[in-house]
Design a binder for this molecule. Structure first.
Ligand code: NDP
Ligand code: 2IT
Length: 451
């Protein structure tokens, strides 16, 4: 999409000022391409340089994380927390532990988080963090020592009214437990609201574990409903097999669809009868195994190695595709394969999994395309519900919380539709999500003055 001529120089400055951070540039470009009509209607945003300010994080923290591995050797990683925008509430967003993490990853995720959190309608600002730590092959004790060292630096920047991290790739309930334990020890406060995604026995909210995957499927269901259709009977492909993917698969099955494939970084499994989610959860959540283990234990399922067949998952014919693994995993070529295979609806469970060429191909083909900031916002929205329960020392039931999540996803879908209509791109959820998220944050920034 072409960028408005008043916005182009702002983008060029972002690129110049943040050299080499290609994922951050990509995330900024996608939002800025949607904002031309917004500036025409709202001259106050240009006068106050809201777009320039929104692209610059409020604070960026980079720190050393030293720890001992099981052999007694010293290991050193780099930790990050980018506190992007607090116009709507405390910084809120996950922590990612993955060897590929660098400042550009954290900034792209933090930038997306600002608009996503705005779109939820809840009182949360945007931030993101993580480390270039690789949890693969590490013992539980090593993971614990790493988390303790990471929090020993990070704790001074956090607080339930300041900055509230949660999980993301490589950070689940186990890591949140160790991080919370260290925060509690250092501060001598049982400050439940400082982290979300906690265990349900010690301050966690029911449904938070399921929320991102379930929410992505609820969003896909809303897109289908807008076309007079439903998930019932649909054939679905899901990439990844982590937290988001597992609960997306579970919810598709609850709504009567059938997930025929999923993956990890080693390869993809194809199970034409439909993935046995009980078996997959046991392998992934209890045994911490791989999807190849699933193929060995399930008759009729086939594993295809990534080195042999890197994009095989998107070549399977399906009605609905849910990319739930990582950024830029769906290329222009993959998008064309999906379209060719009959795919009608794409909802992004992961953050920025589709390349700009892929998005263009989906939109040109008239596919209902739900971008991550809208489709995967159920995770952070349920984190905000966890914060609400922590603040009131209350505990809601699974059914009630799930209903709240369903309502939030319905509202996000409606906000995207309305904004897309109002700003001249009916049916375009990318424009809808960017504009609706931006407006909420930008209006708050205007009200709060030059801070
Ligand atoms: P997990 O660590 O639980 O799982 C990540 C999954 O993606 C794993 O199966 C992993 O495989 C796979 N994966 C990672 N990189 C690749 C790759 N290059 N190719 C194929 N598969 C890959 O993370 P989550 O499920 O929590 O997160 C997945 C995505 O969803 C991320 O983009 C995250 O930012 C986003 N997200 C997460 C939310 C949450 O609440 N957790 C909320 C909103 C978005 P392997 O095990 O081989 O590495
Ligand atoms: O990308 C995301 O929205 C998350 N990883 C969840 C953030 C949160 O604070 O729950």
């Amino acid at each position: 999409m072409a960028m408005d001529e008043k916005i182009e120089p702002i983008y060029d400055e972002v690129v110049r000022h943040n050299p080499g951070e290609v994922e951050f540039h990509q995330a900024v470009r996608e939002v800025l391409e949607s904002l031309g009509p917004v500036l025409s209607k709202h001259p106050e945003f240009a006068e106050r340089k809201i777009i320039e300010r929104i692209c610059e994080p409020e604070r960026q923290i980079i720190f050393r994380v030293p720890w001992h591995d099981d052999r007694g050797e010293v290991q050193i990683n780099r930790g990050f927390r980018v506190e992007f925008n607090s116009a709507l509430g405390p910084y809120k967003g996950g922590l990612r532990f993955h060897p590929s993490v660098y400042l550009g990853t954290v900034k792209f995720l933090g930038f997306e988080q600002v608009f996503k959190n705005g779109l939820t309608g809840m009182p949360i600002g945007g931030g993101k963090g993580g480390a270039d730590f690789d949890p693969k092959g590490r013992s539980t004790n090593e993971v614990m020592r790493f988390c303790q060292s990471f929090m020993t630096e990070l704790y001074r920047h956090l607080g339930e009214y300041t900055d509230v991290p949660a999980g993301d790739t490589g950070v689940g309930a186990r890591e949140i437990g160790y991080l919370f334990g260290q925060y509690k020890r250092i501060t001598n406060r049982y400050e439940s609201g400082v982290l979300t995604g906690k265990g349900v026995d010690w301050g966690g909210a029911l449904v938070r574990t399921e929320a991102t995957g379930y929410g992505t499927v609820f969003f896909a269901e809303e897109m289908l409903r807008a076309r007079g259709d439903s998930m019932d009977g649909k054939s679905v492909v899901v990439s990844g097999s982590g937290n988001v993917a597992l609960y997306a698969i579970e919810q598709v099955h609850q709504l009567g669809g059938r997930v025929i494939a999923c993956s990890d970084s080693n390869g993809a499994i194809h199970d034409p009868q439909g993935i046995d989610i009980e078996l997959l959860r046991e392998i992934k959540e209890i045994e911490r195994g791989r999807v190849s283990d699933y193929a060995q234990r399930r008759a009729g399922a086939r594993f295809r190695e990534r080195t042999v067949d890197p994009n095989s998952i998107w070549e399977l014919p399906c009605d609905v595709a849910l990319p739930c693994a990582t950024q830029n995993e769906v290329t222009g070529r993959d998008a064309k394969s999906l379209i060719h295979g009959g795919c009608q609806v794409v909802a992004e469970g992961a953050n920025m999994p589709t390349t700009p060429e892929g998005i263009r191909a989906f939109l040109d083909a008239g596919i209902a395309f739900g971008p991550g900031k809208a489709a995967n916002a159920g995770g952070v929205a349920t984190s905000a519900l966890e914060m609400q329960q922590n603040a009131s020392r209350d505990r809601w039931t699974f059914a009630y919380t799930e209903e709240r999540l369903r309502g939030i996803m319905r509202d996000i879908h409606a906000r995207c539709e309305t904004a897309a209509d109002e700003y001249g791109s009916p049916g375009n959820y990318v424009v809808g999500a960017n504009v609706a998220g931006f407006l909420r944050v930008a209006n708050a920034m205007v009200a709060l003055g030059l801070v």
